[in-house]
Design a protein around this ligand. Structure first.
Ligand SMILES: Cc1cc2nc3c(=O)[nH]c(=O)nc-3n(C[C@H](O)[C@H](O)[C@H](O)COP(=O)(O)OP(=O)(O)OC[C@H]3O[C@@H](n4cnc5c(N)ncnc54)[C@H](O)[C@@H]3O)c2cc1C
Ligand code: FES
Ligand code: FES
Length: 494
């Protein structure tokens, strides 16, 4: 058992004991270290001003990902290298990313600049050759600039990524990975006492035993929800169990017929597997939060939080996915749709936690579509999310329709009446479509809130089902979509 957090800063191992469970990485940097280059804007993962790069050892090298330090708990960086904006320059020489920002006039008031620099730094480290504008836009979608405007910032990123990668981080990558492997040991972490603690078990058995002893503890995976309970709701979370160190829990595996997703696997790690199932799933994942959110947030957390507007549950339900839970030494498996009982109530016993998800891949007779409707294209939570899987036989008849929505009820939910209306009909039978549209209205009492009115949601759900059917009947998405066209995505992947 270890009673400290260990991480790497500027080439030195930092070991911190006596950490309050709710201490954020941003507070540690600014208040404890005095490293005030990292800024606080929104304090909720939206603006990117607090972006830092987290380096982890993989295959003998260091992989850097950007995270929002404002909602990252300090204990979560155990075993990692933390790189903040002050760490980039070498004596008086700016890092190439910083130099490009100066040269392209990428900064005015400068408040957002450290965050942009760290997002572009992570992109610079994660790529080798020139990087296209789309990839850059994707890399900085979680960073907000209120005065400079994005053109010069994008140009700085284009220019620095066009040059060979040559900086002290690249030169030291193997040595740094060696140190990270050394500090990321296999001991369970427990800091505090039985009333107030931060714990990060190293094995699934240790996690199960600890949670059985403290079923009132808060499980934390990526903290992209829980972080906001601390910074925005000002809740006191005296007992935190972080699952990110549990050996094997962050894995994703393709068994041939299904994808197994560990409960601690981040969106960034899961995305390529989902994209391989269907391009719409890849696009859905790409639009969840920002690079920073996807580097921390997990699919397991998205399912477990029980939100009616989480993006992945409708897609998982339409795909017929199951989830694995465990309480003490007792595992159980259930369909994801059975997890949601009513708003704020899930089928999870005290002391029970999610260990993983099993997502069946599509068969050749199955057609999948999903659409996320938001006010803003990037970094926004859905007003309505619709996911559809049609199993169609050789005669073109719908053998099974699985239709699931988010934002249409107090939980993610299937549209069972609409599904029944389509059963056995030809996929091109517009009279059956009309019956399904009518049935859909009876399926839901949509939410009515600041994101969208109930009537907007009802109309949108209808339109999405219509689009799914039109596309499933053979119309190319180049005729049905302005963005995220499947043909373009499939072509880009080839
Ligand atoms: C800026 C921003 C943008 C976002 N954009 C989106 C978006 O586009 N779409 C979307 O759906 N969501 C979005 N979110 C919400 C959030 O990122 C997701 O819900 C994410 O999947 C939560 O995962 P996590 O690992 O961070 O969960 P955490 O915050 O660690 O936990 C979330 C909840 O799940 C519980 N939990 C986590 N893991 C387990 C487990 N293994 N067993 C039992 N309980 C568990 C926790 O106790 C907590 O109640 C956004 C959040 C932010 C801050
Ligand atoms: S301060 Fe805005 S994302 Fe952290
Ligand atoms: S330079 Fe002022 S907010 Fe971006």
């Amino acid at each position: 058992m270890r009673q400290t957090i260990r991480f790497l800063r500027r080439g030195k191992i930092v070991e911190v004991g006596n950490v309050d469970p709710m201490t954020t990485l941003l507070d540690h940097l600014r208040l404890t270290e005095g490293a005030t280059g990292t800024k606080e804007g929104c304090g909720e993962g939206d603006c990117g001003a607090c972006t830092v790069a987290i380096g982890r050892a993989r295959h003998g090298k260091v992989v850097y990902e950007p995270v929002n330090a404002c909602i990252q708990l300090l204990g979560m960086v155990d075993g990692a290298e933390v790189v903040a904006v002050e760490d980039l320059a070498e004596e008086t020489e700016l890092h190439p990313v910083q130099a490009a920002m100066v040269e392209k006039h990428g900064s005015q008031c400068g408040f957002c600049t450290p965050g942009f620099v760290m997002s572009i730094f992570s992109l610079y480290q994660g790529t080798d050759g020139a990087v296209g504008r789309d990839e850059i836009n994707n890399a900085i979608a979680g960073n907000l600039c209120r005065c400079t405007g994005y053109r010069p910032i994008v140009e700085a990123a284009l220019s620095v990524c066009a040059s060979p990668r040559d900086d002290k981080f690249r030169k030291a990558t193997e040595d740094t990975a060696g140190v990270l492997n050394f500090i990321a040991d296999d001991s369970d972490i427990f800091i505090g006492d039985d009333k107030r603690f931060f714990a990060a078990p190293a094995s699934i058995d240790a996690l199960a035993a600890l949670y059985a002893r403290h079923p009132d503890a808060t499980i934390v995976a990526g903290a992209t929800d829980v972080g906001l309970w601390i910074t925005k709701q000002l809740r006191d979370l005296p007992k935190i169990i972080h699952i990110g160190r549990v050996r094997g829990l962050d894995g994703v595996e393709d068994t041939g017929r299904e994808i197994l997703i560990g409960a601690a696997a981040t969106y960034a790690r899961v995305e390529p597997f989902m994209r391989a199932i269907d391009p719409d799933l890849g696009e859905l994942f790409r639009r969840i939060g920002s690079k920073q959110v996807r580097a921390s947030g997990t699919v397991g957390g998205n399912v477990a939080n029980g939100s009616p507007i989480g993006d992945t549950p409708p897609a998982l339900i339409a795909l017929g996915a199951s989830m694995e839970l465990r309480r003490g030494d007792r595992p159980r498996v259930m369909p994801v749709e059975d997890f949601y009982i009513e708003y704020g109530k899930q089928n999870r016993a005290s002391g029970e936690f999610v260990t993983g998800l099993l997502v069946p891949k599509l068969r050749s007779d199955q057609i999948f579509r999903c659409y996320k409707v938001t006010k803003r294209f990037d970094q926004d939570i859905s007003a309505v999310m619709g996911a559809f899987r049609f199993t169609v036989d050789a005669e073109g008849r719908i053998q099974e329709a699985r239709i699931a929505y988010g934002g249409m009820a107090g939980t993610p939910k299937r549209a069972k009446r609409a599904e029944t209306a389509l059963h056995g009909a030809s996929i091109r039978d517009t009279a059956a479509w009309a019956k399904a549209f009518d049935a859909l209205r009876a399926d839901f009492t949509p939410l009515d809130d600041h994101r969208a009115s109930a009537s907007y949601r009802a109309e949108t759900a209808h339109a999405l089902l219509g689009k799914a059917l039109i596309e499933a009947a053979g119309t190319p998405s180049s005729r049905t979509r302005l963005t995220g066209q499947r043909e373009a995505i499939v072509h880009a992947a080839e």
